[in-house]
Design a protein around this ligand. Structure first.
Ligand SMILES: Nc1ncnc2c1ncn2[C@@H]1O[C@H](COP(=O)(O)OP(=O)(O)O)[C@@H](O)[C@H]1O
Ligand SMILES: [Mg+2]
Length: 381
């Protein structure tokens, strides 16, 4: 497919827009802005190259909405952004503000299909001990590692925790720490933990440090030999500090990774809970289908159970994408008829099956086997 063909561009725009909305919901505003901008760029290209495309009126409307959201997000961030250029140590504290979520993500546990074992683990390690520390004389887990194939809800469920827990949530993207603060990444790690301890002590509320793509903390960037070892050691030291018998403050680390095998034993041991987030099973797929079609109109021939079977092997994120694409078929028809009002026809089983023909699962079976054996060896629930 040519990279200027309409279907290609529409796909690209949809991809960026979905990503942007996800980042936005998860409180990852920097990425959200980037993806909204990409979506706008592609949509503008479509309008320019295909002036007669019936969907252009919708696209113009989307562009307007994305511009507006970018503006909102930017104003939310400006006061929190680190100063560019040279960094004086005085500005360090402001830099850190960038990571602390000021606006709660919109995701709640209700939006998260299945993953009951994960929600339970959060209750037992964060919510109960914070409310009743006296019930946990032996202490409680401070480190929770979520691992599994991409697109199955690690970042998503962590965002829901931020919403459900009355406290602070520090969202750290490990890859950006390593690249952005090249040469002083370990200082950055130390600062984040010390900021978390201060916040927890001052507020008496739980403070959760969420480190997404945590494996990046251990990967080397060739510009800086040995940098990753220093970061790793600093991180281990900070994690040990959290285990202090002091029960008066509540700092937790939730880490997520798609590549748990990149973590070494010492690193893994610091996480008392290690939880596998697998591909959705049939029950979970049913829940996901229901969740994503809740606001759409479906033809009576759509058989949820058969659809859930057909979606075996797909990730949660694939399933969302498939439902959106099936819906887009009906919207496209509506506009192709030249009508700009009315409602699209209901989505049929055939729509889903047509979409599935074109869309393979984003994770292959071999990779799943690797996750399962890692789980068998390292799981700790
Ligand atoms: N359990 C789930 N329930 C509902 N939606 C989910 C679930 N898991 C994933 N999703 C959807 O897929 C998207 C990608 O999931 P994400 O959490 O980013 O995956 P990862 O495991 O790679 O961090 C989410 O933003 C959400 O829309
Ligand atoms: Mg993720």
């Amino acid at each position: 497919m040519s990279s200027n063909s309409l279907p290609y561009l529409e796909n690209a725009a949809r991809h960026y827009a979905i990503q942007a909305v996800l980042n936005d919901r998860e409180g990852n505003y920097g990425e959200a802005i980037k993806n909204y901008r990409n979506a706008i760029e592609v949509l503008n290209k479509i309008i320019q190259l295909y002036p007669d495309n019936p969907l252009n009126t919708i696209y113009k409307d989307w562009i307007k909405q994305y511009h507006k959201r970018i503006k909102d997000l930017e104003s939310l961030r400006t006061s929190l952004l680190p100063a560019t250029g040279s960094r004086s140590s005085e500005s360090d504290d402001e830099d850190l503000e960038e990571f602390i979520l000021k606006e709660k993500p919109k995701v709640t546990f209700e939006d998260v299909a299945d993953l009951e074992h994960v929600k339970q683990a959060f209750f037992e390690s964060i919510i109960y001990p914070t409310k009743r520390p006296d019930l946990f004389p032996l202490g409680w887990p401070r480190g929770i590692l979520l691992f599994g194939p991409p697109g199955c809800g690690k970042t998503y469920v962590a965002a829901a925790v931020a919403n459900e827990v009355d406290g602070y949530f520090i969202h750290v993207d490990a890859a950006s720490i390593m690249s952005k603060w090249l040469g002083e990444a370990e200082k950055r790690v130390a600062k984040i933990f010390s900021k978390a301890r201060d916040l927890a002590a001052a507020s008496k509320k739980p403070v959760i440090i969420f480190i997404d793509e945590v494996d990046s903390l251990l990967s080397s960037f060739n510009a800086e030999v040995g940098g990753e070892t220093r970061v790793r050691n600093q991180f281990l030291k900070e994690m040990d500090g959290l285990q202090d018998k002091d029960k008066t403050y509540f700092v937790y680390v939730i880490a997520a990774t798609n590549k748990p095998w990149k973590l070494d034993d010492a690193f893994i041991r610091r996480f008392q809970k290690r939880i596998y987030i697998p591909l959705p099973n049939k029950e979970a797929r049913l829940q996901l289908i229901k969740l994503y079609t809740k606001k759409l109109s479906l033809s009576p021939d759509v058989d949820f159970s058969r659809l859930a079977d057909a979606l075996d092997g797909y990730t949660a994120s694939d399933i969302k994408d498939i439902v959106m694409t099936a819906h887009l078929r009906t919207v496209r028809e509506l506009f192709a008829r030249g009508s700009h009002d009315g409602v699209p026809r209901p989505i049929t089983m055939e729509d889903f099956m047509e979409v599935l023909k074109e869309r393979k699962p984003s994770v292959n079976k071999e990779l799943i086997k690797v996750f399962e054996s890692w789980d068998a060896k390292f799981k700790a629930i």
